[in-house]
Design a protein around this ligand. Structure first.
Ligand code: WT7
Length: 635
């Protein structure tokens, strides 16, 4: 029996039990039957969560692009691999077949080689959601270069710190990007960031918006003329299973972003296997994930997972509200989308619009709906189920993280009965545990604790680029011998999991994972600011919005508070990105601190959410009197 495609609940339990009892045999079977290896592994798994060190399929050799492209050519050369839906509905969609994808990836790979990129070099990709973005990832993978995609909404400073952290030799970008009715000057942002970088030798520029840009001679070149001249054949670099495939940065609760390192073999096996099952993808289906490839969701479930299964995957360049709030549903109708995967923040925003936007479109092609990025609230879940799924397409609420590489807790559609706001059951191979604050595992059902994972799975990130100690401290030190997720969760009476949210200083805004520290650092750069603290508070579209408590320096001069607010948000936009701007800024005389000087965000969170009922014991604070002042000022 092939366990690659789970079809009913009993089979899920069977497969799950096997994956826990004999994880190595289980994953070896999946890996053996469904992928193309140049050399078989010697050991399936080697692991030690104390060190920590995790190795899957050691000794095996492969190239992931052979699995995502070449092996489909014989049977699916003329099938569409990528449907590109541009920003404007007036522009024509592009259908890229597997054969065309092969040729374009090879051409780009040859250009990279020509510019001196070799196996192991880091290439930063800063592109909008256009085909060249997916092709750039695959071109790097083809030659063994490590891609580091930076979401093209990040500021020049954020881009520079990511380029520098992993000393990228090249940046691939475009002149600009379309975003609804606006254009964004991406090349200008790259130019600014490269003032702060010394390792970048070449910048390849895609012409997307035909804008006037400056090209620095010797460094910057237009990509298309080089592609036109390049050969469509590029032999894949043979990689070891544990060679790095990519770095992707995610915010930490302190300091600089963490460059999560994902490796080749295990990542491929896990993303492909989860894609197949979590979306119940059948040959010929059209699958659409609305995420940006700048996030892990896009890496795993727009590019690698779907292509490894020979699927047709949609890439959408635009935004849900342009030209109007019907855009998503029009795209579902136009391309007859079968599986649709989006974020709760988008569902909430679209749920607020006139229902005629939905009703005007034929959504009958849909079979599976997905949600990812943050807890989906009850109201949004029902709106999605009633109006988009029409009670016939199950919703898969998929919980996972940049660090996990692939989906970890999720229903399997048509297999696992769903329950609103519950991510339900662990995927095969995933062994979750809930722990109390003392580190005791909470056994049995109807318990609530910190979510950890007890056993490695193939796509777990292997390290933080350049900082293995931080990897250990962040994920393997809170609870002995387990991977700590940073999330809280509860397990209900039947064993279903519900993710309750972060238990650390990470705030999820519109599905984007933001650390408090870099935002506070940006605010504190303002000359009038003495200190600041950021917390999240509930927002009906974004899930959470940011609330900043800002202490000003005592200079004696009075300053216009609205100007200050604008200046602070401008600083945040420059240093971190527009996504991190504060919805509310409260100027305050003091911040509540513990005796060791740590800001008590728990109290500030409650005040920001107007939940004053249970502030807990404040008497042990260094400055308990400031709490009432902050409450009074907030009203
Ligand atoms: C954090 C990871 C996984 C891709 C997108 C985000 C939260 C993610 C869910 C969900 C509740 C969720 C968690 C997690 N999260 N999915 N279905 N239900 N919370 O990746 O940026 O690494 O963020 O997103 O808090 O730890 P990320």
């Amino acid at each position: 029996m092939s366990n690659y495609h789970i079809k009913h609940l009993e089979e899920y339990y069977q497969v799950y039990r096997k994956s826990v009892r004999e994880p190595e045999n289980f994953w070896a079977e999946v890996a053996e039957e469904h992928f193309m290896w140049r050399k078989r592994w010697n050991t399936v798994l080697n692991w030690d969560f104390e060190k920590p060190e995790i190795k899957w399929f050691e000794g095996a050799q492969l190239n992931i692009t052979e699995n995502c492209i070449d092996r489909h050519l014989r049977t699916k050369g003329n099938q569409t691999a990528i449907i590109f839906e541009p920003n404007s509905p007036e522009d024509e969609a592009e259908h890229i077949t597997y054969q065309q994808l092969h040729d374009r990836v090879c051409q780009m790979a040859n250009v990279l080689k020509d510019k001196g990129i070799k196996k192991g070099d880091r290439v930063c990709i800063y592109l909008p959601m256009i085909p060249e973005l997916a092709i750039a990832l695959l071109a790097c993978a083809r030659i063994g270069a490590i891609h580091s995609v930076v979401f093209a909404g990040f500021s020049s400073k954020a881009l520079a710190s990511r380029i520098n952290d992993s000393s990228c030799k090249m940046v691939i970008t475009s002149d600009g990007s379309y975003r609804g009715s606006k254009t964004i000057d991406l090349k200008g942002i790259v130019d600014e960031s490269l003032e702060l970088c010394t390792t970048v030798e070449h910048v390849l520029v895609v012409n997307r918006i035909d804008s006037e840009i400056t090209m620095k001679s010797g460094r910057d070149v237009w990509l298309q003329p080089l592609l036109d001249k390049a050969s469509t054949i590029c032999e894949p670099e043979i990689m070891n299973a544990e060679d790095p495939l990519f770095i992707l940065y995610t915010s930490g609760s302190t300091g600089k972003p963490k460059g999560m390192v994902h490796t080749t073999g295990g990542y491929m096996v896990y993303t492909a296997y989860t894609f197949k099952n979590v979306f119940q993808y059948k040959d010929g289906d059209v699958y659409w994930c609305t995420a940006d490839i700048g996030w892990i969701t896009g890496h795993s479930y727009i590019v690698y997972g779907p292509l490894a299964n020979g699927a047709t995957t949609v890439m959408f360049e635009g935004v849900p509200q342009y030209p109007d709030f019907g855009r998503f549903w029009q795209i579902v109708e136009k391309h007859k989308v079968n599986q649709f995967y989006t974020a709760p923040t988008a569902i909430r925003a679209l749920g607020k619009q006139n229902i005629s936007f939905v009703e005007n479109c034929d959504l009958s092609s849909l079979k599976v709906l997905g949600s990812v990025g943050e807890p989906i609230n009850e109201e949004a879940w029902h709106w999605y189920n009633d109006n988009i799924g029409k009670h016939k397409s199950p919703i898969v609420d998929t919980w996972w993280q940049t660090e996990t590489g692939g989906i970890m807790i999720t229903p399997i559609p048509y297999v696992t009965p769903t329950k609103p706001t519950y991510a339900t059951l662990p995927f095969p191979g995933i062994q979750p545990a809930l722990l109390d604050e003392e580190g005791q595992e909470l056994k049995g059902n109807q318990v609530d604790g910190r979510l950890c994972i007890k056993f490695p799975w193939p796509s777990i990130a292997r390290t933080i680029w350049g900082d293995h100690q931080r990897y250990k401290d962040t994920y393997f030190s809170a609870f002995n011998g387990m991977y700590f997720t940073g999330d809280g969760a509860l397990r209900d009476e039947v064993g279903y999991y519900r993710i309750t949210g972060r238990v650390d200083d990470v705030i999820i805004v519109s599905g984007h994972n933001l650390g408090t520290a870099p935002i506070e650092d940006a605010i504190n750069e303002h000359p009038a600011v003495a200190e600041s603290a950021i917390v999240g508070f509930p927002h009906d579209v974004k899930g959470n919005a940011l609330y900043g408590y800002v202490m000003l320096k005592e200079t004696g001069e009075s300053r216009d508070q609205n100007n200050l607010r604008n200046e602070i948000n401008q600083l945040i936009k420059d240093r971190v990105g527009a996504i991190a701007k504060l919805d509310k800024i409260q100027f305050t005389e003091g911040l509540p601190k513990t005796r060791s000087g740590k800001i008590m965000r728990r109290i500030l969170r409650k005040i920001a959410s107007k939940d004053l009922s249970n502030l807990g014991d404040t008497s042990t604070l260094l400055n308990p009197e400031c709490v009432q002042v902050i409450i009074d000022e907030s009203l």
